[in-house]
Design a protein. Structure first.
Length: 438
């Protein structure tokens, strides 16, 4: 059972290792039946296509439509986007420009060279043909997620970007539609949940399938992405949001409390963790969280997240906290300390979705306008993966070219390996050329 209040751990105590391991292994999944439900939905969409989408859209989003109405028309999109204010348009355009600039800097370069044997080696990067982008649209709408997914896809050169977004009650969110316009979505569909993922993966009579699906969603969306992987590519399996703040006693406790709650307000399953080296300061942050909660519109959600999944970890020295940070491998890591200390600690951290340096870099800056991507690994997946980037919308093709002389030098070793593996035709394809080269 989760504790009554945030978990409190002390790295100096004899039982820390046991308690910390138990904390790391805590399951934050919300429904054990999700996979079974998703399997049925995916199978139904594969079997019945548009008819299934129409039924699920009526059931879950309360939208009465036929198959033709599942796609948002250009006129609908423009009318909805026009409802956004000039200030909102300016903010989204500002964010889009920064996201584009950062991801252009990440574009990989083709490789092409000839080695000492005369063998040409290389790698070419080419964009995917089509991508499906899932945008949440249930309890909250996130135009920032539209930008974070579609802008890098367009920077990579993807020609067909299909956006799916649930529209509860049939309402198109103006900011989501505006963000789709700014980012360059080619198609927009008013479908969500596992059924949208299934439609993107397998297609229907109305919707052509895509090659890869990206974007965050709830537990049903994550389970559906896991299920269709292999039929299509996926970016990552997104779990509940996380933030880990490493803060010294010189911070304003209210600032740190606000940072912790910035992720707690997403979902009751989200997780906020503070690592501090001062017990009195940690206590002040806890009190500040209680004060901040009184001002939040989503206070019930944030309070449940903090109570059930939050943690305070006391350490003797923040400079030596990197091993603990790495074991948590959080989605977001804030290092709220002096710039030099933050930089030094960041160099020791190997596992984090994103690192935010210094007291004046709240994680929310990365969510919106820094330019880096906010689609990041969760549930300790930062141990083996990074966040969404332009590379997720590219594929690499290797290039090999042998001259007769190069084949003569490489061939004998390759032939020996083919014979060792018992693959006669492999070896024959090499030896026949070595015996007949001209």
């Amino acid at each position: 059972m989760p504790p009554d209040g945030p978990t409190r751990l002390d790295a100096s105590s004899p039982g820390f290792e046991k308690d910390f391991s138990a904390f790391l292994s805590r399951n934050r999944d919300t429904d054990e039946n999700v996979d079974r439900i998703v399997a049925d939905i995916v199978a139904d969409v594969r079997a019945r296509g548009d008819a299934a989408l129409v039924e699920y859209t009526r059931k879950f989003d309360r939208v009465e439509t036929d198959a033709a109405g599942l796609r948002v028309s250009e006129a609908e999109r423009r009318a909805a986007a026009a409802q956004a204010s000039a200030a909102q348009r300016e903010a989204l355009e500002f964010a889009a420009r920064r996201i584009e600039a950062f991801h252009r800097a990440l574009l990989p370069k083709d490789v092409d060279f000839t080695d000492h044997t005369g063998t040409r080696l290389g790698a070419r990067y080419r964009p995917l043909d089509s991508v499906g982008v899932y945008v949440p649209g249930g309890t909250a709408a996130y135009p920032s997620s539209v930008l974070m997914n579609i802008v890098p896809a367009k920077v990579a050169g993807v020609k067909r970007v299909v956006m799916v977004v649930p529209t509860p009650g049939g309402t198109l969110n103006p900011l989501v539609m505006l963000a789709a316009e700014i980012a360059g979505a080619d198609e927009i569909w008013r479908i969500g949940g596992a059924q949208a993922v299934a439609a993107l993966a397998y297609g229907t009579a109305s919707m052509r399938p895509v090659d890869k699906i990206t974007g965050p969603g709830n537990a049903f969306v994550a389970a559906a992405k896991r299920r269709v992987f292999g039929q299509v590519g996926i970016d990552l399996i997104a779990g509940p949001s996380e933030i880990l703040v490493v803060a010294d006693r010189h911070n304003d406790p209210a600032w740190i409390a606000a940072d912790l709650l910035s992720q707690a307000e997403h979902d009751a399953s989200s997780q906020s963790v503070l690592i501090a080296d001062d017990k009195a300061f940690a206590g002040a942050v806890i009190r500040a969280v209680d004060t901040e909660l009184k001002t939040l519109a989503r206070a019930d959600i944030a309070a449940a997240s903090w109570r059930d999944n939050g943690a305070i970890i006391l350490v003797p020295d923040l400079a030596q906290s990197a091993p603990i940070v790495d074991r948590i491998a959080a989605e977001h890591v804030e290092l709220a300390m002096e710039p030099d200390a933050a930089e030094a600690l960041s160099q020791k951290i190997a596992h984090a979705g994103a690192i935010f340096l210094g007291r004046h870099t709240p994680e929310a800056i990365g969510d919106y306008v820094a330019g880096t991507n906010h689609v990041l690994p969760t549930s300790r997946a930062a141990r083996f993966s990074g966040g969404l980037s332009v590379a997720d919308f590219l594929k690499r093709t290797s290039i090999v070219g042998c001259s007769p002389a190069a084949l003569a030098e490489l061939g004998p070793a390759a032939l020996a390996l083919a014979e060792a593996e018992g693959l006669d035709a492999h070896g024959r394809s090499i030896s026949i050329r070595l015996n007949r080269r001209g």
